[in-house]
Write a protein that binds this ligand. Sequence first.
Ligand code: ADP
Ligand code: MG
Length: 615
Amino acid sequence: MNTTEKHHFQAEIQQLLDIVIHSLYTDKEIFVRELISNAADACEKLRFTQAAGTAIHQPDAAVSIALTTDDKAGTITFTDTGMGMTHAELVDNLGTIAHSGTKAFLKQLAEDKRPDARLIGQFGVGFYSAFMVAKRVTVLSRSASPDESGWQWTSEGTGGYEITPAADLPRGTKITLELKDDAKDFAHGHAIERIIKRYSSFVPFPIELNGTRLNTVQAIWARSKNEIKDEEYNEFYQFVGHDHEAPLLRLHFTADAPLAIQALLFVPGRNFEGAGMGRIDSEVNLYCRKVLIQAKAKGLFPDWLRFLKGVVDSEDLPLNISRETMQDTALLQKLNKVLTSRFLKFLDETAEKDAAAYEKFYGEYAKFLKEGVATDFTHKEALGKLLRFESSSLEAGKLTSLAEYVKRMGADQQEIYCLLAPSRAAAESSPYFEVFRERKYEVLFLYDPWDEFVMDHLREFDGKSLRHAEKAELNLEDTAKKEGALSDDAAKTLTDWLKESLTDKVGEVRVSKRLASSPAVVVDSDKHMTAGMRRMMKALSKDQDALPTARHDFEINPAHPIMVRLDKMRLKDSALAAQVAEQILDNARVAAGVLEDPRTMLKRLDGLLEKVLGE
Ligand code: ADP
Ligand code: MG
């Protein structure tokens, strides 16, 4: 009886394999790291299952990883005594269920001119890297479940894979790679030894190569800081973080109270969420006295710190705690609070001690800090300290903290002002900025549409309210009438006429006390709304009609020549004056970024130009 089952790869996986087989020429050696990393994962799972008291096959077989090379046969073999895979797991894990990362990795490969194979592990498809070097891969696996039996999975990477029963296998997985002609070097022990030393020295299980023990298991985080070299830290980071670059920042600390903690945390060199990977998951592993409790522990840090990688070891955790009950214990919450506060303090210290490093960090990760301000009440204040913005008092490109802003504030200034604009030039020429320039008040320039919401959530800093420039109730100090300005009575008459002329296009019309060089400005009638918020709501809303329509108040500058002349024109040619009034309103809307469709005003503008040019 032929018991061979034939299976097809899922389309996305086949696509991935085609690229892996035909297009990835560099960094082929990373397949060693990926297969060892899978073996280590399987060992870790086994250790955990065993610790939880679940019965396993061959309970006395120690967990370990062994590699053998055979240069005559041109093969390399990876053996582990870990969890192994059942028939269903073989089908699911090696060929059927594409991880969410598959698509992202395919996209990355398609976009990069020189695809970076080293990233394959990041995307959760590391196993397939074996096909960069192998013309055939054979997996023999025996699950740790006592009732299961063994299976053989084999494939050439194209046209699917075959599964057949395999009797009398020991617990775990044995993967044999029949190397392609151009990859035969990997069948030599010395080549493999170099690669293991490079990528896998921190694997927390013994690794043997051709019968010789290579790594010594070490919990680097439990060692004293001053005896660890930078290279060791970086190697460890690359191991836990599945990264090939050096980390951007590193925090290694020990605490005794309120909890006994040893932690080694890293910030990756770049923000992977920004690199098109979709939402990333925290990769901080939780240990208790050097025994892994949970890989990629959930709840250890708030969501907005999900870019962190590393290890947290706490003696205060009960060793027998299960992954499920771990999730919402009070202990975990306490741990979360302590770790988060410590990390924020570290960022603040970094900003002080190494401005360049902090600036680099901020460039990559500002988005996460802002998310924290908007979602995490507990750490809002500490996060507020870490924000940076451009400011009217600094040259372009320079960033300020809120603390530095407060230090620069004059005695008469009560609030911290900020202005959302698409660019620095737009901010500086904004009518809303005029009163600040005149009064020499510093304004923070916000360029990210989310910043206004972030500032709203922050609300205050160092006891000073944060105020949007548009909403600031700030008057020009110099109330003495400028020469040629309309008198109070004349201005009142003009605003009344404007209200009548513009009727339902505006809310209130009033004399502005904030304008120095612009003729007029619009202000959202809703005390809590800014133009930027309206734009965001509109961009985010699926049902545009359901949005409340904005009503704008219209403020005029009675000292501006346009207003003075408009007042005269009103008496001479009220139809023309009405058109000009509408145009001024539209101009103010453009300045505020709230004009929906500028094309509608072009006709009017053409008409006005015609009049200006005369017969
Ligand atoms: P990832 O390791 O990120 O999950 P891989 O492509 O490297 O992605 O591996 C896919 C899956 O195959 C693993 O999640 C695991 O379930 C299974 N697997 C791979 N190698 C082994 C092994 N040596 N022992 C047990 N399971 C394995
Ligand atoms: Mg893997």
